[in-house]
Write a protein that binds this ligand. Structure first.
Ligand code: PMP
Length: 418
């Protein structure tokens, strides 16, 4: 008899038996309010009937129509339908299986399309665990430790995390853009840089919204130097931030490449990169592919997901419920010295725990996270020091369920901190 590898580390002790909407029921039939949504994946809620039906129908029709061998309808329909939500000019889509794989696909594309070697990523960013994606990741040492040497041709610039710098957002952006320019003129020659890769909201790195002025600054430098701007929307895409794409909070910024996964298919493994055809054409046909990429059942589930997100107004719901959630979390933080900052954009809400002298406090975040799980509220932590507790409910969450979550959160804070 084989056992589960100890390599796996689970954030909560829950043994899930079934999921329904924003709830998970464990093997003892205890109900848990799931404010993790499978790490921002089950945006339409667990087992949305339309997604279930689409997947069931597709399973009975064609499970695997391997896309480098034969083309299949769900993939073609999905590519077509994504045109409705992609920014103007981004008209070409390539499918993969996971966020990491799509990140790697974007790196291959950027290097082939520009003929340049360097990828510039940002401190605290998370782009995945496969070796190429891990090479771009600095959200925590555990992703990189002991597995080097990492893929070459990666360089890191500072990320404008104003709270940690202790400056205003304006000062932080000015500093980080100046430092970026210094790097482009020294350690990472601009003419060697194929792409910038950035998350519109730093996810695993601590739920920090990338200031619009920073994304605008990147766009401007990308245009000036012939560098591609890749936005990693794996966590922020599909309505999560209260706009369909996270980068849309930065007015005037259209990326060259968008990476999407997670919320795309409500839990089926599917990811994609999207870019103007003129960029995709510069890469070599057949240089990318894979056995399972664009799986037919996953594509059918994604089509249903997109339909639900658009017809049920989930992007707007994420904005409205996100505002309510962050306001409630701010209220609950009143008078609690251990909470240094509360941040939120749409349904990505982060609570930063700090010591008395303002240093990141991962131990307290872990205590609060565990206390919430005891109350039946499933949450996650993030941040370079693991000191941010984050809430990522499904985009279908109702006002009453936000109230329920806030009540459980308040109890968890009381239990953990008193
Ligand atoms: N990019 C971002 C921004 C992510 O949040 C994640 C997953 N947390 C990934 C990439 C990697 O995705 P996956 O785990 O599907 O490989």
């Amino acid at each position: 008899m084989a056992q589960l590898s100890p390599l796996l580390k689970q954030a909560t002790p829950v043994q899930a038996a079934r999921g329904e909407g924003v709830y998970i029921y464990d093997t003892e039939d205890r109900r848990h309010l799931d404010f993790t949504a499978g790490i921002g994946v089950t945006s339409t809620g667990h087992c949305h009937p339309k997604v279930v039906k689409a997947a069931q129908d597709q399973v009975a029709t064609l499970i695997h129509g391997q896309y480098t061998t034969v083309m299949h309808q769900p993939l073609l329909k999905l590519a077509d339908k994504l045109g409705e939500v992609l920014p103007d000019g981004i008209d070409s889509v390539f499918f993969t299986n996971s966020g990491s794989e799509a990140v790697e696909a974007s790196v291959r594309l950027a290097r082939q399309a520009t003929g340049r070697p360097l990828i510039m990523a940002f401190d605290g960013g998370f782009h995945g665990r496969t070796m190429g994606a891990a090479a771009l990741t600095t959200s925590g040492a555990k992703i990189r430790a002991g597995i080097g040497p990492m893929m070459g041709g990666v360089t890191f610039a500072p990320y404008p995390f104003a709270y940690r710098y202790g400056w205003t957002e304006e000062q932080t952006v000015a500093f980080c853009l100046a430092e970026l320019d210094r790097q482009l003129a020294s350690t990472a020659p601009a003419s060697d840089v194929a792409a910038f890769i950035i998350e519109p909201v730093l996810g695993e790195g601590g739920y920090v919204r990338t200031p619009a002025a920073f994304l605008q600054g990147l766009r401007e430098r990308a245009d000036r130097h012939g560098i591609l701007l890749i936005v990693d929307e794996v966590q922020t895409g599909f309505g999560r931030t209260g706009k369909f794409w996270g980068h849309q909070h930065a007015e005037g910024v259209t990326p060259d490449v968008i990476i999407t996964a997670k919320g795309l298919a409500s839990g089926f493994p599917l990811s994609a990169i999207a870019a103007p055809k003129a960029i995709m054409e510069k890469a070599w046909p057949g240089s990318q592919g894979g056995t399972y990429g664009g799986n037919a059942v996953a594509c059918a589930a994604a089509l249903a997901t997109l339909d639900v997100v658009l017809t049920e107004g989930l992007v707007e719901n994420a904005r409205v419920q996100g505002e309510k959630l962050v306001a409630g979390v701010r209220d609950a933080a009143q008078g609690i010295a251990a909470i240094g900052d509360v941040r939120g954009i749409g349904l990505m809400v982060g609570v930063e725990f700090v010591t008395a002298d303002g240093k990141p406090d991962g131990a307290t975040a872990a205590k609060v996270h565990a206390a919430a799980a005891e109350q039946g509220l499933l949450l996650l932590t993030c941040g370079v020091y693991g000191n941010v507790v984050r809430m990522i409910p499904a985009l279908i969450v109702t006002s009453e369920q936000v109230d329920e979550g806030l009540a459980l959160w308040t109890k968890a804070l009381n239990n953990a901190l008193s």
